[in-house]
Design a protein around this ligand. Structure first.
Ligand SMILES: Nc1nc2c(c(=O)[nH]1)N[C@H]1C(S)=C(S)[C@@H](COP(=O)(O)OP(=O)(O)OC[C@H]3O[C@@H](n4cnc5c(=O)[nH]c(N)nc54)[C@H](O)[C@@H]3O)O[C@H]1N2
Ligand SMILES: Nc1nc2c(c(=O)[nH]1)N[C@H]1C(S)=C(S)[C@@H](COP(=O)(O)OP(=O)(O)OC[C@H]3O[C@@H](n4cnc5c(=O)[nH]c(N)nc54)[C@H](O)[C@@H]3O)O[C@H]1N2
Ligand SMILES: [Mo]
Length: 697
């Protein structure tokens, strides 16, 4: 374990960007040597014995369906291709040759437009680039990634504001900030390494403001493991902790802006010189009544003014946010409101200040950069056509939920999933199972088992076992949330059986498209050749072409804004105006957020306990005692939880003071049964934090 964690590979968990050539426990600034429990757990999962294949042959589908994510994950590594055919009770092992030829035949028989291609964010840039290229040459743009269930609203919102969809800052900027806003995220649990950076900010007398309907203990006080003082006494994190209602952020952020305007603490010259749209926005801020802001956010005027006061006094401010902002019907508007607030005080377009969406999977950003999106950026589309001499489809491609819905309508018949758990990460799980079960062929490319392998079965379902990042025979690359490209050395395989993602993709592509096409798939088996193609076609990735010689990990060009020159067509940032949405719900219903516990990574559950929230089981609903009394229930009572799309029975009420009354918390992925398929119209991100539920004895 120790050796594996320190090997020269990018960390497998979140996108803070640990590892690469500095070794798995060192950050981008090359400074701290840090442990994170989640990376140990993810590594432990990959260090598991083989077992998943036997698990599938010894358990009937009906038994697998009863198993928890924990049981499936702990069945061991997948080492053999597995096949399930409708009507059978069990999966059965098949040879690689058989699996690949079944997949190739299915692809040849299916019109390309009837297929979809889903990617998680664990795979390498090289595998991502290759598979999206293959899918397009095969003939479809139904290519998307887990970002559509994650930070898509950040990408769309940021692009609309500054012309580029990722962080505007580098790690060093955050370390120099004197104020950091942490909005809608739980980094102690989900981005532990970011806590070291927050501690550094605090140690230099900087301040942290948290906006979150729940008080996350680690944001109040955190023990940074790599710092002995912090480990013993803890580091106080939040200077101000504000609890809006779920979905109240847009009103709250508008309120802070209004207060800044009232105190005339905004930078009028900056807005006029470097931004478009500020006049109308300032006018609207002037007119929006405080009453509307407080009732739609659930935060008092005095608290909002206190936040604005801290903001007005700060010189270098970083705004970070996570799923509490994006998992809403107005996710893009939330992100735009954060950008407005930052721009109004010239906090974008210079060093030590800016916008930082705290990304999820370790390479989700890279997967998006290298073209795993339904619509390619024009520059990439043109470069692929001219540099690789290929002809790409121009039909519109579907987003992730779009593919699920088209599948349910019977329009798609073949799906390929590179990693992830498409079923388990979906809203409305019953629908997800029903939709995916209508496919003729479903291909899962995974390292371990998950709930999708039990609940989402096509006529023919094939699971291909692959190597993890640190077992790859060749080097691969990943991109962090700071737009920094890392090299992973790979390493020795731990099991006979799994193949490299690159090998699997090129084999299928060669079989389906033949050897005579414009792309030499045989040559693409060599990762440096893939990098050469990426270097020629993906803007900002030019340096990746020499990386095998130079060994230089690099910052992607054109994304970090240290000057007020933005990536929009006229170089100016755009300010957006919004109508404030009302809070959801009424007297009887409660606003539900579906979130992660400390013991899980997305749909993979490593342990049942959530140490931060002090909860030792997952079949719970965390409710403020006021709501329990008001609705006539008791702490620890078993209830049914209902929403417009589903019901979960035998859920235990857990009295929880740290959540704002009127709002409740349940764990993803179990609670996905309750989440409707409501999406943000601009980003297509489901409102995983915007469900309404009622309780029943
Ligand atoms: N240990 C661990 N690490 C992970 C993951 C994991 O599952 N486990 N997953 C990875 C991935 S893919 C991602 S995307 C990130 C996710 O990282 P987070 O976004 O931190 O994850 P969530 O658990 O969804 O937490 C959302 C937070 O938003 C708050 N929240 C909910 N609704 C609202 C709202 O309306 N407004 C505001 N202001 N806050 C709200 C919740 O109280 C909670 O603290 O973590 C990554 N890292
Ligand atoms: N209700 C609710 N739903 C949500 C969310 C929420 O907060 N609430 N969060 C959403 C978010 S932010 C996200 S990102 C999605 C997560 O969506 P996904 O990325 O689809 O799901 P994961 O659970 O991360 O995928 C886990 C699987 O990845 C496979 N895997 C791990 N490493 C590798 C590898 O190196 N290669 C390959 N090929 N496979 C590998 C393993 O087999 C494992 O079972 O869920 C979304 N769904
Ligand atoms: Mo995510």
């Amino acid at each position: 374990m120790w050796k594996a964690l320190r090997s020269r590979n990018t960390c497998k968990t979140c996108a803070v960007g640990m590892g690469g050539q500095a070794g798995g426990m060192v950050n981008e600034a090359g400074r701290s040597l840090e442990m994170c429990k989640k990376s140990v757990q993810a590594m432990a999962a990959d260090l598991q014995e083989a077992g998943a294949s036997e698990h599938l042959t010894s358990h009937a589908i009906s038994q697998l369906k009863l198993q928890t994510p924990y049981q499936l994950e702990h069945a061991g590594r997948l080492t053999q291709p597995m096949l399930y055919e409708k009507g059978q009770d069990f999966y059965r092992p098949i040879s690689w040759d058989d699996a690949l030829s079944r997949i190739s035949s299915a692809l040849k028989e299916t019109p390309a437009e009837d297929s979809f291609w889903y990617f998680s964010g664990r795979s390498s840039n090289e595998a991502g680039f290759l598979l999206q290229l293959f899918a397009r040459l095969y003939g479809t743009n139904n290519v998307n990634n887990c970002s559509y269930y994650c930070h898509q609203a950040s990408g769309v919102g940021l692009s609309s504001a500054v012309g580029s969809g990722t962080a505007t800052v580098v790690l060093d900027d955050v370390e120099h900030a004197d104020l950091v806003f942490v909005i809608g995220g739980n980094p102690p649990s989900n981005h532990p390494r970011l806590m070291t950076t927050l501690m550094q900010v605090k140690n230099k007398k900087g301040k942290v403001v948290v906006i979150n309907p729940a008080v996350e203990v680690g944001l109040v006080n955190f023990k940074v493991p790599s710092n002995p003082f912090s480990l013993l006494f803890g580091t106080r994190i939040a200077d101000l902790y504000v609890q809006p209602h779920i979905g109240g952020d847009l009103a709250l952020l508008t309120g802070i802006a209004k207060s800044i305007q009232e105190q005339e603490a905004y930078d009028e010259a900056f807005l006029q010189t470097y931004c478009d749209g500020s006049e109308q926005w300032l006018e609207e801020l002037r007119n929006v009544p405080w009453e509307e802001i407080t009732s739609k956010s659930g935060v008092s005027e005095s608290e909002i003014r206190e936040m604005a006061e801290l903001y007005a006094q700060a010189k270098n401010v970083i705004f970070c946010w996570t799923m509490g902002i994006t998992h809403h019907e107005h996710g893009v508007q939330n992100v735009q409101a954060i950008a407005n607030l930052a721009l109004m005080r010239a906090m974008v377009g210079r060093p030590h200040a800016g916008l930082l969406p705290v990304r999820g999977h370790s390479n989700v950003q890279g997967i998006g950069s290298v073209g795993v999106t339904p619509k390619l950026k024009d520059a990439i589309f043109d470069a692929l056509q001219t540099q690789l001499q290929v002809e790409l489809p121009t039909t519109p491609g579907l987003d992730t939920l779009g593919c699920m819905e088209a599948t349910d309508r019977g329009e798609l018949s073949l799906g390929v999933c590179l990693g992830g758990n498409l079923y388990g990460s979906n809203p409305d799980l019953d629908f997800a199972s029903q939709a995916l079960s209508k496919l003729k062929t479903l291909v899962y490319i995974n390292t371990t088992l998950n709930t999708g392998h039990a609940h989402a079965l096509a006529d023919q379902t094939i699971i291909l076992p692959v190597l993890a990042r640190d077992e790859e025979p060749q080097r691969t690359t990943q991109e962090s949330m700071f737009n920094f490209v890392r090299i992973s050395d790979g390493g020795p395989r731990r099991h006979e059986g799994p193949r490299s993602e690159i090998e699997v993709i090129t084999d299928i592509a060669q079989e389906v498209l033949g050897t005579k096409g414009p792309v030499d798939w045989q040559a693409m088996k060599e990762a440096p050749n893939i990098r050469a193609a990426i270097s020629k076609t993906i803007p900002g990735f030019e340096k990746i072409g020499d990386i095998d010689q130079t060994n230089d990990e690099f910052q992607i060009g054109g994304r970090t804004f240290h000057e007020p020159q933005f990536a929009t067509p006229n170089g100016k940032a755009q300010i957006h105006c919004h109508t404030l949405p009302s809070l959801r719900g009424d007297e009887q219903s409660l606003r539900l957020m579906t979130v992660r516990s400390e013991g899980q990574f997305n749909t993979v559950v490593y342990e049942e306990t959530d140490i931060y929230r002090g909860v030792d089981r997952r079949d719970v609903i965390l409710i403020n005692p006021e709501d329990i009394a008001r609705l006539g229930f008791q702490d620890q009572q078993q209830v049914s939880v209902r929403s417009e799309v589903g019901e979960l029975s035998n859920i235990v009420i857990h009295a929880y003071n740290d959540i704002r009354a009127g709002n409740v918390l349940m764990y993803f992925p179990e609670a996905n049964v309750l989440v409707p398929r409501t999406t943000d119209p601009q980003s297509k991100t489901p409102a995983f934090k915007g469900a309404l539920i009622t309780l029943h004895a």
